[in-house]
Design a protein around this ligand. Structure first.
Ligand code: B12
Length: 445
């Protein structure tokens, strides 16, 4: 079969004022450019699970309406995140009009399979592992079932695992390549819409497999900047040290997402710096501990809050920059929160900062809670699940105050001046080396 695997590409924001700011603020534009060109590792994995007798084409579509004539295939697989799922459905419709069977998979449709079934011949719920090879056998016999359940545990074990087909990207201008080392996250934050929603437990690849994937990617991109597509890379400290020791001789530079516990272990921090890690993204969410109540079932983020500045110092003084993430619009947030967050960001010396708005992605506990509380602004708002558009009634302020506060933070934080001051601050800190901060410098909780 000729199989087309199609990803919706690009990054999105709906609110016009924010979109306009996004294209003018230097700090924001820079980050946007860096990430906008990432390929879909989900589909490269689906391709890896496809027996070689099939011919696989990987495509990215930025604008479905602008696509005059989608290329012909015998079977089409489309990946889904919430923000562009309506475009994915539109593309599926165009193929189905021609009689081409369409399979939908990915995070959004895994959580709303019944919605997706209205637009597809078959839907894969969960990881493609286990489901996709079975689906292909059925498709070859012309007996496609409607719903396939993929592996939610042991996803990297035995025959379930397949090397992603990085070769399909050959000759294309990607500046970063993604590699997944783990799927899931036991912290289980209420708002999280990432891979923990399709994974029963925290699953980790063997160190050997991660290194093998990086080497495979390097056959096609000799000097790649690697982005680990994980929810929480350094959770298991023993495994992390083994990975970092194995990464060091590979000579790559990379970025990843992890939680603040990475900074508790000085040996791990040293290994991180020596392994080529350029930046870790950490969700601090809010500088005030009380705002973090109820965020994760074990109360981990709240307990951890008083150590945010030390976490940043431990990493940045070793030359690993921290991309600190803050969520605006938490239930404890009021209009006073915005200057407090900015003050924290400035005092923290964070090299990079990311603000997002609390987003009730469908299928998350947050969505269910806000729905029960009658706080969702619209019944269906998937195209606004961008992490920047407000879709609910905040508890401690109005929607307009939240939107205005976000714009204000963006302007203050991503101006050319503020962006280069942050960078200079980080370079200085890196040169100075270790500067353990006294606990007294923490902001009042
Ligand atoms: C890399 C990445 C990107 C890249 C690449 C996106 C891409 N096309 O894959 C870029 C930078 C382009 C991007 C953009 C956006 N992203 Co993004 N991104 C990620 C990140 C960091 C990793 C995703 C990844 O590679 N996972 C690894 C792969 C292997 O997993 P997977 O995609 O789920 O695939 C598996 C299964 O889902 C399934 N599967 C997937 N597709 C298909 C298709 C078929 C046919 C089948 C059978 C199976 C199948 O099989 C795969 C293997 O098991 C995650 C955060 C995270 N830590 O996970 C956020 C994340 C996915 N992004 C998110 C968001 C919100 C966005 C944006 C809306 C941001 C914005 N404002 O524009 C855009 C939307 C882009 C779009 N096209 O819709 C959210 C999505 C939440 C949701 N449920 O929708 C996440 C979870 C981050 C978050 N904070 O919540 N993103």
């Amino acid at each position: 079969m000729r199989i087309g695997l199609i990803a919706m590409s690009g990054v999105r924001v709906r609110t016009a004022e924010l979109a306009a700011l996004g294209v003018t603020l230097p700090g924001f534009v820079r980050r946007g450019r860096v990430i906008a060109s990432l390929p879909s590792l989900g589909l490269l994995t689906v391709a890896g699970l496809t027996p070689r007798r099939h011919e696989v084409t990987y495509l990215e579509v930025a604008d479905v309406r602008g696509l005059p004539d989608p290329p012909p295939f015998d079977l089409v697989g489309i990946s889904s995140f919430s923000a562009q799922v309506d475009e994915a459905y539109a593309l599926a419709g165009r193929y189905r009009e021609r009689g081409t069977p369409v399979v939908l998979g990915g995070l959004h449709v895994s959580l709303l399979p019944h919605e997706a079934l209205e637009h597809a011949d078959a839907v894969v719920v969960g990881g493609a592992e286990e489901a996709w090879p079975r689906l292909l056998r059925d498709a070859e016999r012309g007996r496609l079932a409607r719903l396939y359940r993929g592996a939610t545990d042991g996803v990297f074990d035995g025959e379930r695992y397949a090397m992603p087909r990085f070769d399909l990207l050959e000759g294309r201008p990607y500046n970063r390549i993604t590699v997944q080392t783990s799927r899931g996250c036991p912290r289980a934050c209420e708002f999280c819409a990432a891979s923990l929603r399709i994974t029963a437990r925290f699953n980790q690849k063997s160190v050997e497999r991660v290194i093998a994937e990086i080497r495979e990617a390097r056959r096609w991109f000799p000097e790649p900047f690697v982005e680990f597509a994980d929810d929480n890379t350094f959770l298991n400290k023993g495994w992390s040290k083994a990975l970092l020791r194995a990464l060091a001789p590979e000579g790559i530079h990379y970025f990843t997402e992890t939680d603040a516990s990475v900074a508790d272990d000085p040996e791990l921090c040293d290994l991180l710096a020596a392994s080529g890690c350029r930046q870790v993204l950490i969700g601090f969410e809010s500088p005030r501990a009380e705002d973090l109540s109820g965020m994760d079932p074990a109360g981990w983020k709240r307990r951890r809050a008083p150590r945010m500045l030390r976490t940043i110092d431990a990493l940045q003084s070793r030359g690993v920059s921290v991309n600190g993430c803050f969520i605006l619009g938490l239930d404890g947030h009021t209009p006073d929160t915005f200057p407090r967050v900015l003050d924290f960001v400035r005092r923290s010396g964070l090299a990079e900062v990311q603000y997002t708005v609390l987003t009730p992605f469908p299928g998350t506990p947050l969505y269910e809670r806000l729905r029960r509380e009658g706080r969702l602004l619209r019944p269906r708002f998937w195209d606004r699940c961008t992490l920047f558009d407000v879709n609910y009634v905040p508890r401690g302020m109005t929607v307009e105050e939240l939107e205005a506060g976000l714009r204000w933070l963006f302007t203050e934080t991503y101006s050319a001046e503020a962006t280069s001051a942050r960078l200079r601050g980080f370079i200085h800190q890196r040169r100075q080396g270790r500067t353990d901060r006294a606990p007294a410098q923490q902001p009042a909780a």
